[in-house]
Structure formats: C-alpha cells, structure tokens
Design a protein around this ligand. Sequence first.
Ligand code: GAP
Length: 449
Amino acid sequence: MSQPTIKRLEDLQTMVSLCKRRGIVFQSSEIYGGLGSCWDYGPLGAQLKQNVKRAWWNAMTRREDIVGLDASILMHPQVWKASGHVDGFSDPLVDCKNCKTRFRSDNTPSYIEKKECPNCGSKDLTPPRNFNLMFKTFMGPNEEAANVVYLRPETAQGHFVNFENIQQSSRRKIPFGIAAIGKSFRNEITPGNFIFRTREFEQMEMQYFVKPGTDMDWWQTWKDTRWAFLKKYGLAEADLRFHEHAKEDLAHYALKAGDIEYKFPFGWQELEGIHNRSDFDLTQHAKFSGKKLEYFDEAAKEKYVPFVIETAIGCDRLILAVLCAAYREEITKDEDGKEDVRVVLGFHPEMAPQKVTVLPLSKKAELQVPAMKIRDELAEWFDTGYDDSQSIGKRYRRADEVGTPYCVTVDFETLNDNKVTIRHRDTMKQDRIEISKVVEYVTNGLRNF
Ligand code: GAP
C-alpha cells in the first residue's frame, strides 16, 4: 500500500452531506420541507457544539480577570434604542417591480454597477429602503406597539446593562471581562452557506473593560489571544487572516475593528470580530437609563467610564470552521491500482464528539456483555460510542469519519486474556492492552494526541 495522498475539503456540499449522514446537522423541520436557514444539531452535532462552547467558555472564564454571564434573550426595549440598533441596525433593500425580487443594494454587483435587478435585469426598481434586522415580538397577551420587544441581535448588550451588577458583586478591578454564550437572532436578507449565516444562531462574546488610553494595546492583545485559540483547535495559520475595517465600514459603535477571517470552501469570510467599542455603550445606557455607569479606581482616586474591547464569534460559524479544518480524505492505491478513500475528521481531541468507541467483534452475547461493561466504564470518564454492526473495517471507517480518537475492539481472545485492541485514529496503530488499563490509556492518549 502506498503512502496516502491527502485531499482537503473542496466543496461545502460534501460537508453538508457528511453532517446529515452522520447525525451532526439536519435541516430544521425537514419533514415539512425545511425552514429557510434554520438547522438542528443531531446527536453528534449537539455534542460537538457542547465541546466548542466548553473550549471557549473555559478559555475565557478560567482566567482570573474574566467572569461569566447568562443574560436573557428578551430585554427592555429601551436597550435597543440606547444601543443604536432600533435606528441603525439595518440593511438597505431594493424591490424589483418586475419580478418582485428583494435584494441588498450595498452588496449586489448588478445593482452597484448598472442599477439592474440581479434576478431579471429590470431597471424598474424602488429606491433603497432601510430594513431593520431585528426580530420583533410582543410581551403579554396584547399585540400592540407598546408591548413590542425584540429578540436580541447580539448578546453584548447583556454585558453592558449588567456592568455595575457584575463589577460590584464580583469585586473585579479594571481591567476585567464578562463572557457569555447565547442565542441571537437577525432577520438576515441573505442567509446561507449551511450554518455559516443563519437567522437564529449562537454567539460567544466577551467584553473586556479597560481604562481609556490602554484600549488599543488591549485590542492588539485580544487579537493575538483569539488567533492563538483558533489555531489551538485546528484552524491552520495559512487559512486565517486578519482584516481591519476601513473607517467608513465601522459599525456604529466601533472606534476600531477588524475580523479574523477563515478560508472556508466558499472563500475568505469573517469568523470573529475584535472591536474597540470605546465608551459608546456604557455612555448610551447611562444616558437612556439615567443611571451612572462609571468605575471608581480606588488606588488612583479616579472616576471614569471604561472603554470596551469586544471579542465576538458565532458558535455555529466556529463549528463550521472546525469541521472544514478537520476534514481530510486519505487516498491510497493497492497493487492493482484500486483506489481506497479513508475520510477522517481529524478533530483536536477536545472537539471530538466521542473520544472512544467500543466495537465487539461479534454480536454474540459472550462478547456483547463484556463489551458493554467496558463501554459503561469508559462512559464514566469520556463521551463513548458503541458500534456492533457490519465488519470491523467498516466500523473503524465510521469512527474515523466522525473523528473518534480511539476504537476499542473486544474479540474472542479478550475472554481468555482480559485484553482488548485499541486503535489510534490518525496513525491507525494498534496496541493490545489489559481492560483495566483502558481508561488510563485513553486519558494519557488524549492529552498527547
Ligand atoms: N456584538 C458584536 C457583534 O455581534 P458581529 O460582527 O455582528 O458583531 C459577531 O457578529 C460574530 O457573530 C460574527 O463574527 C459571526 O461569527 C457571528 N454572526 C453574526 N451574524 C451571524 C449570522 N447571521 N449567522 C451566524 N453567525 C453570525
């Protein structure tokens, strides 16, 4: 057998199919024909999502200078007035009077260049009108204007309105940060590319409160810190780049901003935003709520409104990047030139939905019973799978395709020698070890994977 040729992911559809086939991501409400740009995470996907969130949460809140928050999705409507979202969080839309297509005027080439509809080429178009991206609903039984509330379009406002509560209760001194994970909603005009841009998504955002004047240094520090995190979890340096926003492209709250971009199969796209939000949000909330949101520096006997450095990443978008980065096909040819393809999701072990899976060689009870016992013992420590159908070769391939670092095979010899065969996902190397040593073997193996 020759050395394998490695092929990386070239098209998104391959990943969409793998995700569906292996229970990672399904289209929402599929039996009803699906709901546009909404997706459900299946058994392995839900586990992957937990792992992504845990990695981010630990990277943030295990630091002494960052604390966690879980804020509600519905907030006082004034929050969105103060934040600028009611007036400014919109896309300019144009309607084609001929074919009724509605499109964005700011990113549609045929409109920008020739003032033409991208669908039918007609020039009979409405002028651009601002369309607010926030979802609205009503609080309580009366559907009237006074009861309108919004589904939050970002988690960040929860950090700002709780600034004083958190700073005082946790007795943190500046600089310190607040980290939160939660759902956000945007009525995007052009969602798409699988879980890349959706209308309901989860954000992982951290606001770091600093003394004015130190903000640009912290902005740089957080750029570097977040870059290192993404690399740690398998995103290759060559597939990452930083794009700094031009002044005219800055969001309404930002003094300076940039994105870490990732090279997805459909091109370079924003993955994570690193923003210097200045004192914009705290000042606005102080103005609208009438409550001072300041920090008193005891040592310097100085009062000021902190500046904020924000790191903001979509959990679903990071999952897509982690999946794309992990995917590889190992292509080998045997002596007769017959091609064999091994698909592997080469996840960082913390990301793998299952760390180990147990494979009894036969369906006979004499193997199933001890195999299930080993599964149960492993499951006390790790997310563990169990697979007893088809040939052992096919089962190894199934485990590789969902990125499981170890397979433990229970065979008839096990009944005599109390040993199992344990196989490594990447090297495919196999070791024969005592059942009593399996937990220790996997623990050490995952640490040095
Ligand atoms: N609080 C700042 C903020 O929300 P953003 O650049 O609009 O900034 C931050 O969003 C991140 O959230 C993006 O970099 C992206 O990863 C994710 N995100 C934004 N809109 C999204 C959508 N429609 N679907 C999935 N993820 C999205």
